[in-house]
Design a protein around this ligand. Structure first.
Ligand SMILES: [Zn+2]
Length: 83
């Protein structure tokens, strides 16, 4: 494969992979709590313990992927703009 072809093909594969990821699983783990839904605190003995609920995802541990959020905004705008 020539470098020119590779320069087109590799980003295209990555983009297509991300689009299909957004289609298959629109929710990813929360970046702040790594999908746990709460902060980790340690007890005085050093044992990890459940802390406060994550404010970013309100304890759900999931977030809408950026690509899916763009898709939803696009769809909403399109639907509102057409009859
Ligand atoms: Zn969270």
């Amino acid at each position: 494969m020539t470098p020119f072809l590779a320069a087109i093909a590799i980003p295209a594969v990555i983009t297509f992979g991300y689009i299909s990821l957004c289609a298959v699983s629109p929710f990813g783990p929360c970046r702040k709590c790594q999908g746990l839904g709460f902060a980790l605190e340690t007890t005085r003995r050093g044992k990890p313990k459940r802390g406060k609920d994550c404010r970013r995802c309100r304890g759900v541990g999931r977030r809408l992927r950026t690509g899916r959020r763009i898709h939803n905004a696009w769809t909403r705008t399109y639907r509102n703009g057409t009859r």
